[in-house]
Design a protein around this ligand. Structure first.
Ligand code: IFM
Length: 428
């Protein structure tokens, strides 16, 4: 059967500043990398800061008509309250280059890293953090809003809270439930303040009306034992909490977490499109009386021992393409446009990447056929990059990077992806 994607579909890739630009010396990650707290240093990364024109040309050759990037806030505001003119000019050039190539820029304002001065004031735990961030969001709109239409204030907000404050894997390496809740509260507040200030701020007439979304990490949750009611309940609960709590508050002002009540209520109506970052499935097993983790949502089962598990990537994630269909259909409930803001695979085997893209796009096309309002697909990532605590060993790029020479090589998977983009069709 042949499936057709909508005519004006946004096709492209996503990336983030710290993972590719190089020498982002003014943020919290850089400081921790230098202090030896992470497995590898980001260093010059892909030197994308200087090579962005070349990289966007490659995206153009690969048929992309959209590109998701992030602004490195720490470059733009190296010390609190003082904007760096040449750095703003840099990002103006970046988005203009994309736009001149016919590639729609989709701009994330915060993709995990934060300026050092902001981190030193407590980062997302600081009660003023949402207000400080919203000020940056408005400035970005003033500077880039003539060209940029699509905005995402914060990438994967709860991942940031969990990995940095609960599991202690990312800066600031905390393992503290109270801090995690505080960060979650401030992140939802930061998102909603940024949305309101950007949408309702009076800016000069040439600025486009911003279309503001979220880029939310979502997982396909399945019960570990298919016939266990307890596992089903735990898996359902995980889905509500992990996949929906941020979205449900930001869209409906709905309360899923009582301890951040006011912030959730106030966030109502602050999403114009829902971005989904989908990578894998997890099997959830009910655990009694309390799971090892902090919330009563069951434990994640070990994939290696699960009979239904598919192949596993270099990240240890199961490849489960149908999960993209499942999460998309699951998010139809909000009746907002959906965008796949990330989906990709960390692997050294590019033929596996081709299969991964094909299977995921097939399931996406089926969701579209079944009525989901999906407006775009952005593959993670345009090029290999710095995979945070995992360093450079994980290869997510449509374009391969030889780090010693910085040579870019288009992978066959990127050519396959281009063929789908060109035809707008996919066959099973
Ligand atoms: O590289 C990350 C990205 O920064 C956020 N989403 C998941 C990707 C792969 O781990």
């Amino acid at each position: 059967m042949t499936y057709e994607f909508p005519k004006d579909f946004l096709w492209g890739a996503a990336a983030s500043s710290h993972q590719i630009e190089g020498y982002n010396k003014w943020n919290d990650w850089w400081k921790c990398e230098e202090a030896g707290l992470l497995s590898e240093r980001s260093g010059r990364a892909c030197a994308h800061y200087g090579l962005y024109k070349n990289d966007f040309q490659l995206a153009k050759e690969l048929g992309h008509n959209a590109h998701r990037l992030s602004l490195e806030w720490s470059r733009l505001e190296k010390t609190e309250g003082s904007w760096d003119g040449p750095e703003w000019q840099h990002y103006r050039d970046v988005v203009k280059t994309l736009s001149d190539l016919g590639i729609e820029p989709i701009v994330t304002l915060n993709h995990f890293t934060m300026p050092l001065w902001f981190a030193e004031k407590g980062g997302w735990k600081n009660k003023d953090a949402p207000r400080i961030f919203a000020r940056f969001a408005v400035k970005a709109l003033e500077e880039l809003g003539e060209i940029v239409k699509y905005w995402i204030p914060i990438n994967e907000p709860y991942i940031l809270a969990f990995l940095g404050h609960l599991y202690g894997k990312w800066p600031p390496f905390e393992k503290d439930l109270a801090s995690t809740l505080l960060v979650m509260r401030n992140l939802i507040k930061a998102h909603s303040l940024a949305y309101k200030d950007m949408r309702y701020h009076r800016i000069s007439g040439t600025v486009k009306r911003p279309i503001i979304g979220i880029a939310h990490a979502v997982t396909a949750f399945h019960p570990c034992r298919a016939r266990s009611i307890a596992d089903m309940a735990a898996s359902h609960l995980r889905n509500s909490f992990y996949n929906h709590s941020f979205a449900a508050s930001a869209i409906k002002g709905r309360l899923l977490l009582p301890f951040i009540r006011n912030e959730q209520l106030a966030a109502k109506g602050t999403v114009d499109f829902v971005g989904l970052n989908y990578y894998f499935r997890q099997f959830i097993r009910y655990s009694h009386p309390f799971p090892k983790k902090i919330y009563p949502l069951g434990d994640v089962c070990d994939l290696k021992h699960h009979k239904d598990s598919g192949p596993i990537t270099d990240m240890g994630w199961e490849i489960y393409p149908k999960g993209l269909y499942e999460v998309v259909r699951n998010f139809d409930r909000y009746k907002l446009p959906l965008m796949i803001t990330e989906n990709g695979i960390g692997t050294l085997d590019d033929s596996l990447r081709t299969t991964y893209i094909k299977e995921h796009l097939l399931w996406l096309a089926r969701a579209v056929q079944d009525g989901s309002n999906v407006i775009g697909y952005l593959h993670w990532s345009l090029m290999d990059n710095y995979e945070w605590a995992d360093g450079y060993s994980k290869r997510f790029g449509l374009v391969g990077i030889d780090y010693p020479t910085l040579k870019r090589t288009i992978r066959s998977s990127a050519e396959y992806y281009r063929s789908v983009i060109r035809s707008g069709l996919i066959q099973d």
